[in-house]
Design a protein around this ligand. Structure first.
Ligand code: ATP
Ligand code: MG
Length: 454
Protein backbone atom coordinates (compact mmCIF):
# COMPACT_ATOMS: atom_id res chain seq x y z
CA UNK A 1 0.00 0.00 0.00
CA UNK A 2 1.02 3.62 -0.35
CA UNK A 3 -0.91 6.15 1.71
CA UNK A 4 0.00 9.37 3.47
CA UNK A 5 -0.41 9.66 7.21
CA UNK A 6 -3.31 12.03 6.58
CA UNK A 7 -5.05 9.57 4.26
CA UNK A 8 -4.86 6.85 6.91
CA UNK A 9 -6.09 9.32 9.54
CA UNK A 10 -9.03 10.06 7.23
CA UNK A 11 -9.83 6.35 7.00
CA UNK A 12 -10.00 6.33 10.77
CA UNK A 13 -11.71 9.72 11.04
CA UNK A 14 -9.04 10.66 13.56
CA UNK A 15 -6.46 13.38 13.99
CA UNK A 16 -2.85 13.14 12.77
CA UNK A 17 -0.19 15.13 14.63
CA UNK A 18 3.56 15.74 14.11
CA UNK A 19 3.27 15.28 10.35
CA UNK A 20 0.64 14.43 7.75
CA UNK A 21 2.31 13.97 4.38
CA UNK A 22 4.80 11.15 5.09
CA UNK A 23 4.22 7.92 3.16
CA UNK A 24 3.01 4.77 4.87
CA UNK A 25 3.86 1.63 2.88
CA UNK A 26 2.74 -1.06 5.31
CA UNK A 27 1.66 -1.78 8.87
CA UNK A 28 3.31 -3.72 11.67
CA UNK A 29 2.39 -4.78 15.19
CA UNK A 30 5.85 -6.10 16.00
CA UNK A 31 9.00 -3.95 16.16
CA UNK A 32 11.18 -6.99 15.45
CA UNK A 33 9.67 -7.52 12.02
CA UNK A 34 8.74 -3.90 11.29
CA UNK A 35 9.92 -2.67 7.88
CA UNK A 36 11.01 0.90 7.12
CA UNK A 37 7.91 2.82 5.98
CA UNK A 38 5.51 0.86 8.19
CA UNK A 39 2.86 2.35 10.41
CA UNK A 40 3.42 0.93 13.90
CA UNK A 41 0.30 -0.40 15.65
CA UNK A 42 0.87 -0.70 19.41
CA UNK A 43 -1.50 -3.21 21.03
CA UNK A 44 -2.33 -3.19 24.67
CA UNK A 45 -2.58 -6.75 25.93
CA UNK A 46 -2.91 -8.10 29.45
CA UNK A 47 0.81 -8.62 29.87
CA UNK A 48 2.43 -6.28 27.37
CA UNK A 49 1.75 -2.80 26.12
CA UNK A 50 3.01 -2.07 22.62
CA UNK A 51 3.18 1.65 23.36
CA UNK A 52 6.30 0.92 25.40
CA UNK A 53 8.12 -0.19 22.25
CA UNK A 54 7.69 3.03 20.34
CA UNK A 55 11.41 3.88 20.38
CA UNK A 56 12.30 0.48 18.91
CA UNK A 57 9.64 1.07 16.23
CA UNK A 58 11.18 4.43 15.36
CA UNK A 59 14.68 2.93 15.22
CA UNK A 60 13.40 0.18 12.92
CA UNK A 61 12.17 2.86 10.52
CA UNK A 62 8.47 3.31 11.29
CA UNK A 63 6.98 6.22 9.32
CA UNK A 64 4.26 6.85 11.84
CA UNK A 65 2.45 5.25 14.74
CA UNK A 66 -1.05 4.84 16.07
CA UNK A 67 -1.41 5.99 19.68
CA UNK A 68 -4.29 5.25 22.02
CA UNK A 69 -5.69 8.41 23.50
CA UNK A 70 -5.60 6.95 27.03
CA UNK A 71 -1.85 6.31 26.84
CA UNK A 72 0.58 8.84 28.39
CA UNK A 73 3.89 10.04 26.87
CA UNK A 74 2.77 10.41 23.28
CA UNK A 75 5.96 10.65 21.20
CA UNK A 76 6.80 13.96 19.54
CA UNK A 77 9.50 12.72 17.15
CA UNK A 78 7.24 10.72 14.79
CA UNK A 79 3.87 11.37 13.10
CA UNK A 80 1.07 10.04 15.31
CA UNK A 81 -2.54 9.12 14.55
CA UNK A 82 -4.58 9.24 17.74
CA UNK A 83 -7.10 6.41 18.15
CA UNK A 84 -9.48 5.12 20.79
CA UNK A 85 -8.54 1.48 20.37
CA UNK A 86 -5.64 0.12 18.32
CA UNK A 87 -7.27 -3.22 17.49
CA UNK A 88 -10.43 -1.56 16.21
CA UNK A 89 -8.32 0.90 14.25
CA UNK A 90 -6.48 -1.98 12.57
CA UNK A 91 -9.78 -3.53 11.54
CA UNK A 92 -11.13 -0.22 10.29
CA UNK A 93 -8.01 0.39 8.19
CA UNK A 94 -8.32 -3.10 6.69
CA UNK A 95 -11.95 -2.42 5.86
CA UNK A 96 -11.08 0.85 4.14
CA UNK A 97 -8.19 -0.65 2.18
CA UNK A 98 -10.37 -3.62 1.22
CA UNK A 99 -13.08 -1.27 -0.09
CA UNK A 100 -10.58 0.37 -2.46
CA UNK A 101 -8.92 -2.86 -3.57
CA UNK A 102 -9.62 -4.32 -7.01
CA UNK A 103 -8.59 -7.93 -6.29
CA UNK A 104 -10.96 -10.87 -6.27
CA UNK A 105 -11.22 -11.95 -2.63
CA UNK A 106 -11.70 -15.57 -1.65
CA UNK A 107 -12.54 -16.52 1.94
CA UNK A 108 -11.90 -19.98 3.34
CA UNK A 109 -13.29 -21.48 6.52
CA UNK A 110 -14.01 -25.00 7.82
CA UNK A 111 -12.95 -27.16 10.74
CA UNK A 112 -9.98 -28.73 8.98
CA UNK A 113 -8.12 -27.95 5.83
CA UNK A 114 -8.33 -24.14 5.71
CA UNK A 115 -4.58 -23.59 5.51
CA UNK A 116 -4.14 -26.53 3.15
CA UNK A 117 -6.91 -25.32 0.86
CA UNK A 118 -5.53 -21.78 0.91
CA UNK A 119 -2.09 -23.06 -0.11
CA UNK A 120 -3.55 -25.34 -2.79
CA UNK A 121 -5.68 -22.56 -4.25
CA UNK A 122 -2.83 -20.06 -4.23
CA UNK A 123 -0.57 -22.63 -5.90
CA UNK A 124 -3.18 -23.29 -8.57
CA UNK A 125 -3.76 -19.64 -9.44
CA UNK A 126 -0.17 -18.43 -9.02
CA UNK A 127 1.13 -19.34 -12.51
CA UNK A 128 -1.61 -17.23 -14.11
CA UNK A 129 -2.33 -14.34 -11.73
CA UNK A 130 -0.73 -12.22 -9.07
CA UNK A 131 -1.91 -13.96 -5.91
CA UNK A 132 -1.43 -13.18 -2.23
CA UNK A 133 -2.63 -15.28 0.69
CA UNK A 134 -2.75 -15.41 4.45
CA UNK A 135 0.76 -16.09 5.74
CA UNK A 136 0.97 -19.12 8.00
CA UNK A 137 -2.15 -19.26 10.12
CA UNK A 138 -2.97 -15.54 10.44
CA UNK A 139 -6.69 -16.24 10.38
CA UNK A 140 -8.26 -14.31 13.26
CA UNK A 141 -9.54 -10.80 13.99
CA UNK A 142 -5.97 -9.47 13.96
CA UNK A 143 -4.30 -11.77 11.44
CA UNK A 144 -6.87 -11.34 8.70
CA UNK A 145 -6.86 -7.50 8.78
CA UNK A 146 -3.06 -7.58 8.79
CA UNK A 147 -3.16 -9.84 5.74
CA UNK A 148 -5.50 -7.44 3.94
CA UNK A 149 -3.25 -4.49 4.73
CA UNK A 150 -0.25 -6.40 3.41
CA UNK A 151 -1.80 -6.81 -0.06
CA UNK A 152 0.03 -5.11 -2.89
CA UNK A 153 -2.11 -2.74 -4.91
CA UNK A 154 -1.75 -4.81 -8.09
CA UNK A 155 -2.66 -8.15 -6.50
CA UNK A 156 -5.38 -9.89 -8.52
CA UNK A 157 -6.44 -12.61 -6.08
CA UNK A 158 -6.44 -12.36 -2.29
CA UNK A 159 -6.97 -15.65 -0.50
CA UNK A 160 -7.95 -15.26 3.12
CA UNK A 161 -8.17 -17.95 5.79
CA UNK A 162 -10.88 -17.33 8.39
CA UNK A 163 -10.72 -19.15 11.70
CA UNK A 164 -12.95 -19.06 14.77
CA UNK A 165 -13.60 -20.54 18.16
CA UNK A 166 -17.11 -19.25 18.74
CA UNK A 167 -20.21 -17.81 17.12
CA UNK A 168 -20.01 -14.40 15.46
CA UNK A 169 -16.33 -14.49 14.60
CA UNK A 170 -16.64 -15.69 11.01
CA UNK A 171 -19.47 -13.20 10.54
CA UNK A 172 -17.14 -10.44 11.67
CA UNK A 173 -14.31 -11.57 9.38
CA UNK A 174 -16.44 -12.12 6.29
CA UNK A 175 -18.21 -8.77 6.65
CA UNK A 176 -14.81 -7.15 6.78
CA UNK A 177 -13.34 -9.10 3.83
CA UNK A 178 -16.46 -9.03 1.59
CA UNK A 179 -15.32 -12.08 -0.40
CA UNK A 180 -16.35 -12.76 -4.00
CA UNK A 181 -16.29 -16.50 -3.37
CA UNK A 182 -16.12 -18.58 -0.20
CA UNK A 183 -15.22 -22.16 0.64
CA UNK A 184 -16.33 -24.26 3.62
CA UNK A 185 -13.86 -27.15 3.64
CA UNK A 186 -15.62 -29.43 6.12
CA UNK A 187 -17.28 -29.69 9.52
CA UNK A 188 -15.37 -31.48 12.25
CA UNK A 189 -15.40 -31.55 16.02
CA UNK A 190 -12.90 -28.81 16.92
CA UNK A 191 -14.24 -26.11 19.27
CA UNK A 192 -17.10 -28.26 20.55
CA UNK A 193 -16.53 -26.50 23.88
CA UNK A 194 -17.78 -23.17 22.57
CA UNK A 195 -20.31 -24.35 19.99
CA UNK A 196 -22.04 -27.25 21.68
CA UNK A 197 -22.55 -29.63 18.76
CA UNK A 198 -21.51 -30.37 15.19
CA UNK A 199 -24.68 -28.56 14.07
CA UNK A 200 -23.47 -25.53 16.04
CA UNK A 201 -20.11 -25.74 14.33
CA UNK A 202 -21.77 -25.93 10.91
CA UNK A 203 -23.87 -22.87 11.70
CA UNK A 204 -20.84 -20.92 12.86
CA UNK A 205 -18.92 -21.76 9.66
CA UNK A 206 -21.94 -20.94 7.54
CA UNK A 207 -21.74 -17.36 8.80
CA UNK A 208 -19.19 -16.93 6.03
CA UNK A 209 -21.98 -16.32 3.49
CA UNK A 210 -23.03 -13.18 5.37
CA UNK A 211 -20.22 -11.18 3.79
CA UNK A 212 -20.41 -12.81 0.37
CA UNK A 213 -20.70 -10.36 -2.52
CA UNK A 214 -23.74 -10.36 -4.75
CA UNK A 215 -23.22 -12.96 -7.49
CA UNK A 216 -20.67 -14.65 -5.24
CA UNK A 217 -20.58 -18.39 -4.84
CA UNK A 218 -20.30 -20.77 -1.90
CA UNK A 219 -18.20 -23.91 -2.44
CA UNK A 220 -19.04 -26.41 0.29
CA UNK A 221 -18.36 -29.94 1.42
CA UNK A 222 -21.39 -31.67 -0.08
CA UNK A 223 -20.61 -34.92 1.75
CA UNK A 224 -21.68 -33.15 4.95
CA UNK A 225 -25.46 -33.34 5.57
CA UNK A 226 -25.36 -30.44 8.04
CA UNK A 227 -24.10 -28.14 5.29
CA UNK A 228 -26.60 -29.48 2.78
CA UNK A 229 -29.37 -28.58 5.21
CA UNK A 230 -28.08 -25.05 5.70
CA UNK A 231 -27.70 -24.57 1.94
CA UNK A 232 -31.25 -25.81 1.32
CA UNK A 233 -32.60 -23.11 3.64
CA UNK A 234 -30.78 -20.34 1.79
CA UNK A 235 -32.86 -19.25 -1.19
CA UNK A 236 -30.99 -17.69 -4.08
CA UNK A 237 -27.51 -18.60 -2.86
CA UNK A 238 -25.25 -19.79 -5.69
CA UNK A 239 -23.45 -22.93 -4.59
CA UNK A 240 -21.10 -25.63 -5.81
CA UNK A 241 -20.85 -28.80 -3.75
CA UNK A 242 -17.68 -30.87 -3.74
CA UNK A 243 -16.49 -34.10 -2.14
CA UNK A 244 -16.38 -37.80 -2.83
CA UNK A 245 -20.09 -38.56 -3.24
CA UNK A 246 -21.33 -38.71 -6.83
CA UNK A 247 -24.25 -36.44 -5.86
CA UNK A 248 -21.85 -33.47 -5.69
CA UNK A 249 -21.38 -30.91 -8.47
CA UNK A 250 -17.72 -31.89 -8.46
CA UNK A 251 -16.32 -35.07 -6.98
CA UNK A 252 -13.21 -37.23 -6.96
CA UNK A 253 -12.71 -40.98 -6.91
CA UNK A 254 -10.11 -43.62 -7.87
CA UNK A 255 -7.51 -42.06 -5.59
CA UNK A 256 -4.10 -43.70 -5.72
CA UNK A 257 -1.00 -42.65 -3.82
CA UNK A 258 2.70 -43.25 -4.18
CA UNK A 259 5.87 -41.41 -3.15
CA UNK A 260 5.11 -38.78 -5.83
CA UNK A 261 1.72 -37.83 -4.40
CA UNK A 262 -1.95 -38.58 -5.14
CA UNK A 263 -3.58 -39.28 -8.51
CA UNK A 264 -7.34 -39.15 -8.83
CA UNK A 265 -10.26 -38.92 -11.23
CA UNK A 266 -12.58 -35.93 -11.16
CA UNK A 267 -16.18 -35.81 -12.38
CA UNK A 268 -18.82 -33.12 -12.75
CA UNK A 269 -17.89 -29.54 -13.62
CA UNK A 270 -14.47 -30.80 -14.66
CA UNK A 271 -13.55 -34.28 -15.80
CA UNK A 272 -10.42 -36.34 -16.10
CA UNK A 273 -7.26 -37.44 -14.32
CA UNK A 274 -5.40 -35.05 -12.07
CA UNK A 275 -2.52 -35.33 -9.62
CA UNK A 276 -1.09 -33.36 -6.69
CA UNK A 277 2.32 -33.86 -5.06
CA UNK A 278 0.56 -34.10 -1.68
CA UNK A 279 -0.68 -37.08 0.31
CA UNK A 280 -4.02 -37.96 1.84
CA UNK A 281 -7.51 -38.31 0.44
CA UNK A 282 -8.59 -35.31 2.55
CA UNK A 283 -6.12 -33.22 0.58
CA UNK A 284 -7.70 -34.53 -2.61
CA UNK A 285 -11.02 -33.31 -1.26
CA UNK A 286 -9.54 -29.87 -0.58
CA UNK A 287 -8.17 -29.94 -4.10
CA UNK A 288 -11.60 -30.63 -5.55
CA UNK A 289 -12.84 -27.48 -3.79
CA UNK A 290 -9.94 -25.55 -5.29
CA UNK A 291 -10.69 -26.92 -8.76
CA UNK A 292 -14.25 -25.69 -8.44
CA UNK A 293 -13.06 -22.17 -7.66
CA UNK A 294 -10.41 -22.22 -10.39
CA UNK A 295 -13.00 -23.38 -12.92
CA UNK A 296 -15.46 -20.68 -11.85
CA UNK A 297 -12.93 -17.92 -12.29
CA UNK A 298 -12.17 -19.15 -15.79
CA UNK A 299 -9.08 -21.36 -15.79
CA UNK A 300 -9.15 -24.20 -18.30
CA UNK A 301 -8.91 -27.83 -17.24
CA UNK A 302 -5.40 -28.01 -18.66
CA UNK A 303 -4.28 -24.90 -16.81
CA UNK A 304 -5.62 -26.39 -13.60
CA UNK A 305 -4.01 -29.78 -14.27
CA UNK A 306 -0.62 -28.19 -14.94
CA UNK A 307 -0.52 -26.01 -11.87
CA UNK A 308 -1.86 -28.67 -9.49
CA UNK A 309 1.17 -30.81 -10.34
CA UNK A 310 3.43 -28.28 -8.65
CA UNK A 311 1.49 -27.07 -5.62
CA UNK A 312 3.02 -27.31 -2.16
CA UNK A 313 1.65 -27.08 1.36
CA UNK A 314 2.81 -25.23 4.46
CA UNK A 315 5.02 -27.49 6.58
CA UNK A 316 3.82 -30.28 8.82
CA UNK A 317 0.71 -31.13 6.83
CA UNK A 318 1.01 -34.66 5.48
CA UNK A 319 4.60 -33.89 4.65
CA UNK A 320 6.83 -36.74 3.47
CA UNK A 321 10.18 -36.64 5.25
CA UNK A 322 12.92 -39.19 4.68
CA UNK A 323 15.49 -39.60 7.46
CA UNK A 324 18.14 -42.16 6.55
CA UNK A 325 16.19 -45.29 5.79
CA UNK A 326 13.08 -44.14 7.65
CA UNK A 327 10.06 -42.53 6.02
CA UNK A 328 7.97 -40.17 8.15
CA UNK A 329 4.68 -38.53 7.32
CA UNK A 330 4.76 -35.37 9.34
CA UNK A 331 1.19 -34.29 10.05
CA UNK A 332 2.11 -32.94 13.47
CA UNK A 333 0.77 -29.44 12.85
CA UNK A 334 -2.48 -30.14 14.65
CA UNK A 335 -5.05 -32.81 15.41
CA UNK A 336 -8.78 -33.13 15.98
CA UNK A 337 -10.89 -36.29 15.52
CA UNK A 338 -11.75 -35.60 11.87
CA UNK A 339 -8.20 -34.93 10.81
CA UNK A 340 -6.83 -37.88 12.82
CA UNK A 341 -9.35 -40.15 11.13
CA UNK A 342 -8.35 -38.74 7.75
CA UNK A 343 -4.69 -39.43 8.45
CA UNK A 344 -5.46 -42.94 9.73
CA UNK A 345 -7.50 -43.67 6.62
CA UNK A 346 -4.57 -42.63 4.54
CA UNK A 347 -2.28 -44.95 6.49
CA UNK A 348 -4.58 -47.93 6.10
CA UNK A 349 -4.95 -47.45 2.34
CA UNK A 350 -1.42 -46.49 1.30
CA UNK A 351 0.90 -49.14 -0.06
CA UNK A 352 3.98 -46.95 0.01
CA UNK A 353 5.79 -49.14 2.53
CA UNK A 354 4.65 -52.43 4.04
CA UNK A 355 5.22 -51.74 7.75
CA UNK A 356 2.98 -48.93 8.87
CA UNK A 357 3.34 -47.23 12.24
CA UNK A 358 1.31 -44.42 13.73
CA UNK A 359 2.44 -42.06 16.49
CA UNK A 360 -0.63 -40.32 17.89
CA UNK A 361 -0.46 -37.41 20.35
CA UNK A 362 -3.29 -35.99 22.46
CA UNK A 363 -6.06 -34.02 20.76
CA UNK A 364 -6.55 -30.81 22.75
CA UNK A 365 -9.56 -28.47 23.17
CA UNK A 366 -12.24 -31.11 22.78
CA UNK A 367 -14.26 -30.22 25.86
CA UNK A 368 -16.20 -32.57 28.07
CA UNK A 369 -16.28 -35.43 25.62
CA UNK A 370 -12.54 -35.56 25.13
CA UNK A 371 -12.22 -38.97 26.76
CA UNK A 372 -14.83 -40.39 24.41
CA UNK A 373 -13.12 -38.90 21.35
CA UNK A 374 -9.78 -40.37 22.32
CA UNK A 375 -11.33 -43.73 23.08
CA UNK A 376 -13.28 -43.79 19.81
CA UNK A 377 -10.15 -43.53 17.69
CA UNK A 378 -10.01 -47.30 18.18
CA UNK A 379 -12.74 -47.51 15.50
CA UNK A 380 -10.55 -45.68 12.99
CA UNK A 381 -7.38 -47.72 13.39
CA UNK A 382 -7.18 -50.54 10.88
CA UNK A 383 -5.43 -53.17 12.99
CA UNK A 384 -4.84 -55.43 9.98
CA UNK A 385 -2.85 -52.70 8.27
CA UNK A 386 -1.17 -50.80 11.10
CA UNK A 387 1.66 -52.72 12.65
CA UNK A 388 2.70 -50.53 15.58
CA UNK A 389 0.92 -47.81 17.53
CA UNK A 390 2.75 -45.30 19.74
CA UNK A 391 0.57 -43.06 21.90
CA UNK A 392 1.79 -39.86 23.52
CA UNK A 393 0.12 -37.70 26.17
CA UNK A 394 -2.18 -38.16 29.18
CA UNK A 395 -5.41 -38.18 27.15
CA UNK A 396 -4.22 -41.13 25.08
CA UNK A 397 -4.33 -43.37 28.13
CA UNK A 398 -7.96 -44.37 27.45
CA UNK A 399 -7.12 -45.41 23.90
CA UNK A 400 -4.13 -47.36 25.16
CA UNK A 401 -6.27 -49.24 27.68
CA UNK A 402 -8.96 -49.94 25.07
CA UNK A 403 -6.47 -51.32 22.56
CA UNK A 404 -4.84 -53.53 25.20
CA UNK A 405 -8.22 -54.96 26.16
CA UNK A 406 -9.74 -55.41 22.72
CA UNK A 407 -6.61 -56.20 20.71
CA UNK A 408 -4.22 -57.81 23.19
CA UNK A 409 -1.77 -58.94 20.50
CA UNK A 410 -1.31 -55.52 18.91
CA UNK A 411 2.05 -53.78 19.35
CA UNK A 412 1.15 -50.61 21.26
CA UNK A 413 3.13 -48.33 23.59
CA UNK A 414 2.02 -45.30 25.56
CA UNK A 415 4.13 -42.54 27.03
CA UNK A 416 2.46 -39.90 29.14
CA UNK A 417 5.11 -37.18 29.07
CA UNK A 418 8.41 -38.27 27.51
CA UNK A 419 9.24 -38.63 23.83
CA UNK A 420 12.18 -40.97 24.60
CA UNK A 421 10.32 -44.30 24.82
CA UNK A 422 8.82 -43.63 21.38
CA UNK A 423 12.12 -42.46 19.91
CA UNK A 424 13.82 -45.57 21.28
CA UNK A 425 11.21 -47.87 19.83
CA UNK A 426 11.61 -46.28 16.41
CA UNK A 427 15.41 -46.49 16.67
CA UNK A 428 15.35 -50.14 17.61
CA UNK A 429 12.55 -51.54 15.48
CA UNK A 430 11.79 -49.33 12.48
CA UNK A 431 13.69 -49.86 9.22
CA UNK A 432 13.64 -49.26 5.47
CA UNK A 433 10.29 -51.03 5.22
CA UNK A 434 8.66 -48.75 7.80
CA UNK A 435 6.64 -45.57 7.31
CA UNK A 436 5.66 -43.59 10.39
CA UNK A 437 2.78 -41.14 10.74
CA UNK A 438 3.21 -38.34 13.30
CA UNK A 439 -0.12 -36.79 14.29
CA UNK A 440 -1.07 -34.79 17.37
CA UNK A 441 -2.27 -31.39 18.53
CA UNK A 442 0.08 -28.41 18.24
CA UNK A 443 0.73 -28.46 21.97
CA UNK A 444 2.08 -32.01 21.74
CA UNK A 445 4.88 -30.96 19.33
CA UNK A 446 5.36 -34.42 17.84
CA UNK A 447 7.86 -33.00 15.38
CA UNK A 448 10.30 -33.25 18.32
CA UNK A 449 10.45 -36.96 17.55
CA UNK A 450 11.25 -36.26 13.92
CA UNK A 451 13.99 -33.77 14.85
CA UNK A 452 15.76 -36.52 16.72
CA UNK A 453 16.23 -38.41 13.44
CA UNK A 454 17.13 -35.42 11.24
P1 ATP B 1 -6.32 -24.53 11.90
O1 ATP B 1 -7.70 -24.47 12.48
O2 ATP B 1 -5.30 -25.01 12.87
O3 ATP B 1 -5.92 -23.27 11.20
P2 ATP B 1 -6.75 -25.61 9.27
O4 ATP B 1 -8.22 -25.68 9.11
O5 ATP B 1 -6.03 -24.48 8.67
O6 ATP B 1 -6.36 -25.74 10.80
P3 ATP B 1 -4.86 -27.38 8.02
O7 ATP B 1 -3.78 -26.71 8.78
O8 ATP B 1 -4.91 -27.25 6.57
O9 ATP B 1 -6.25 -26.99 8.66
O10 ATP B 1 -4.86 -28.92 8.37
C1 ATP B 1 -4.98 -29.34 9.72
C2 ATP B 1 -5.03 -30.83 9.78
O11 ATP B 1 -6.23 -31.32 9.17
C3 ATP B 1 -3.90 -31.51 9.03
O12 ATP B 1 -3.53 -32.61 9.80
C4 ATP B 1 -4.50 -31.95 7.72
O13 ATP B 1 -3.87 -33.10 7.21
C5 ATP B 1 -5.94 -32.24 8.11
N1 ATP B 1 -6.90 -31.95 7.05
C6 ATP B 1 -6.73 -31.08 6.03
N2 ATP B 1 -7.83 -31.02 5.27
C7 ATP B 1 -8.75 -31.85 5.81
C8 ATP B 1 -10.09 -32.24 5.48
N3 ATP B 1 -10.71 -31.72 4.40
N4 ATP B 1 -10.70 -33.14 6.27
C9 ATP B 1 -10.07 -33.66 7.33
N5 ATP B 1 -8.82 -33.35 7.69
C10 ATP B 1 -8.15 -32.46 6.96
MG1 MG C 1 -5.01 -22.96 9.52
Amino acid sequence: MKKTVQQVANWLQQEAVNGQQEWITGVSINTRTLQPGDLFIPFKGEKTNGHQYIQQAIEAGATATLWQKDEPNMPTNIPVILVDDAEEALQQMAKAYRAEHQATFIGITGSNGKTSTKDLLAGTLMPYYKVQKTEGNFNNQLGMPLTILSLDEDTEFAILEMGMDGFGQIEFLTKLAKPHHVIITNIGEAHMEALGSRAGIAKAKFEIIQGLQENGRLFFDGDEPLLQELVAQEKGLQTTSFGFESTNDLYADQIETNEEGSQFEVHGLLNGQFMIPVLGSHQVKNTVAVMGVAHTIGLTDDQIRTSLKQVSLTNMRMQLVTCGSLLFINDAYNAAPTSVRAALTFMSTTQMRPNKWVVLGDMLELGEQEEQYHHDLIESIDFDEIQTICLYGSRMKVLYAAIQTQYPTVDVVWSEQAYEPIIQKIEQQADEKTMILLKGSRGMALETILKHFQ
